[in-house]
Write a protein that binds this ligand. Structure first.
Ligand code: ADP
Length: 305
């Protein structure tokens, strides 16, 4: 059976990555090696899905600078469909400074640049790329009015909506949550949305219950090295993360979300889709970088054998 159409909405950044022995403390200067990589949550998620063999559309807003050109090129090379993307005259592309320590932990600061200029009208015109029976994935880096318009378009277009609420920001109208089919926070985002500290599956269950009260159809919370917890109004389950040697946790959540959406698009049953997302995210943390660390379908199949 054919895969369902898939479209991602979100941010694209050029990542300036510093590899450091450990993360700096306030006031401290450290030496680190600098590399440049394409990144941004939306772009990372779309690339994760494309590596798994999907042909996802992606909507993002790029500056008309050198960074924008190279970001567009790398998306195309990864197999992401870029027809919906807007390149805007006079804007600079999003830029992120990422520090990755030897233990794999990271710190990130972002200048959103063009990403912050997306308006509701642009979202409306981009939704013409959403095909029938599509799965749409959104993250919270886009301006809230644009995000809200996308959620409203669900009523007209009838797509299935996965919402990665990262980074959590205020302003989303409470009615918007009812348009979400799956909300997929990590532990920090689940805490920010519910006030419940998520440290294990038991506390994830309590947070998921509170998330469901907001209005989405299902809550899928990722818990880093512990795995993921799923709940909807009919039941719940948890799955453990695959044990791997961690090199760099950058984009683990993006890998998880991109792979979860891709797996649903490939019509995998729900629990299998979560298991595959855990495998893709586990492989992602064994490699350095964001998009460069997204595994191919073949690597995932071999890992799961
Ligand atoms: P984020 O990257 O958004 O902070 P998480 O830290 O929850 O999100 O990680 C997302 C997913 O990545 C987890 O559910 C898990 O599948 C995988 N993952 C993250 N860290 C590890 C790890 N140390 N070992 C194995 N899998 C991991």
């Amino acid at each position: 059976m054919n895969a369902r159409p898939l479209m991602f909405f979100g941010t694209t950044n050029l990542d300036l990555c510093f590899n450091v022995e450990r993360l700096p403390t306030p006031g401290e200067s450290l030496m680190g090696a600098l590399t440049r990589h394409p990144g941004g949550k939306g772009a990372n998620q779309a690339v994760a899905a494309a590596r798994l063999g999907l042909k996802p559309h992606f909507y993002t807003y790029l500056g008309d600078d050198d960074a924008g050109q190279s970001l567009l090129k790398s998306l195309m090379e990864a197999g992401v469909r870029t027809e919906a993307i807007t390149v805007c005259a006079g804007e600079v592309s999003g830029l992120a400074v990422v520090m990755v320590a030897d233990d794999g932990s990271n710190m990130i600061v972002i200048d959103p640049g063009a990403n912050s200029k997306v308006g509701p009208d642009m979202i409306e015109s981009a939704t013409k790329f959403i095909e029938r029976d599509a799965i749409v994935v959104a993250e919270m880096g886009m301006p809230i009015p644009a995000l809200n318009r996308l959620f409203e378009m669900k009523r007209e277009k009838g797509f299935e909506l996965i919402f990665n609420p990262a980074p959590v920001r205020p302003g989303l109208p409470s009615a918007a949550w009812r348009n979400v089919d799956f909300v997929t926070p990590n532990q920090t985002e689940a805490f920010e949305l519910t006030g419940i500290e998520v440290c294990d599956f038991e506390s994830a269950a309590r947070a998921a219950e509170k998330l469901l009260d907001l209005g989405p159809g299902a809550a899928l919370i990722t818990l880093g090295a512990q795995g993921a917890y799923y709940a909807d109004c009919t039941g719940s389950f948890s799955l453990r993360a695959f044990p791997v040697k961690v090199v760099d946790t950058t984009a683990a959540g993006d890998a998880f979300n991109g792979a979860f959406a891709a797996s649903l698009a490939q019509r995998l049953p729900l629990k299998e889709a979560v298991r595959k997302a855990l495998a893709v995210a586990a492989l992602c943390v064994t490699r350095r970088g964001a998009q460069s660390s997204m595994p191919t379908a073949q690597a995932v199949d071999e890992f799961l054998q």
